[in-house]
Write a protein that binds this ligand. Structure first.
Ligand SMILES: Cc1cc2nc3c(=O)[nH]c(=O)nc-3n(C[C@H](O)[C@H](O)[C@H](O)COP(=O)(O)O)c2cc1C
Length: 146
């Protein structure tokens, strides 16, 4: 069974909720999903190499991703992520730069096999956000199960 690791950075939990719904979508497609904050990823010493897919999320503040996600993107240099399925997501208010920046790093630096694009939502619960987040998870699971 394909396994996906979802790691998120949030301040007011909107991005955490998106992470959880993306995880649901992955499970609906019959794959396994582990959803953790950046802090818990570090505490639990999880190894992204143990997963077929890695999905990273951060909210946007002042045009940027949250600092813990920035630090994580450097820390991931010690793992070989090439060819793993990747995706990115995050809650935003008006400009939403973070998911795109994360996506580009996963694609260009870590040479991951990315899904169609970043998932950028005002909220997991508004304007079809639940379905979009679930569908994003489903796409990741399908790609990782191939
Ligand atoms: C001080 C502050 C700065 C923000 N800066 C941005 C920004 O530059 N661009 C944007 O799209 N949203 C911005 N937002 C909105 C947040 O991204 C939005 O509230 C989001 O839902 C927060 O997600 P979180 O609950 O996962 O932290 C800002 C919010 C605050 C409080």
């Amino acid at each position: 069974m394909a396994k996906a690791l979802i790691i998120y950075a949030t301040r007011t939990n909107q991005t955490k909720t998106i992470a959880e719904v993306v995880g649901e979508g992955i499970r609906l497609e019959g794959a396994e999903a582990t959803v953790v904050s950046v802090g818990d990823f570090e505490k639990q010493k999880l190894n992204p190499e143990d997963y077929q897919a890695l999905v990273l999320g951060s909210a946007t503040y002042h045009g940027e991703m949250i600092q813990t996600m920035k630090t994580l993107l450097f820390a991931l240099e010690k793992f070989n992520l090439e060819g793993k399925v990747g995706g990115s997501f995050g809650a935003f208010g008006w400009s939403g730069e973070a998911p795109g920046r994360i996506y580009d790093t996963m694609k260009n630096i870590y040479k991951m096999d990315m899904v169609s694009g970043p998932l950028t939502l005002k909220s997991a619960s508004l304007g079809g956000g639940v379905k979009m987040s679930q569908d994003y998870g489903r796409d990741i699971a399908k790609k990782a199960s191939k």
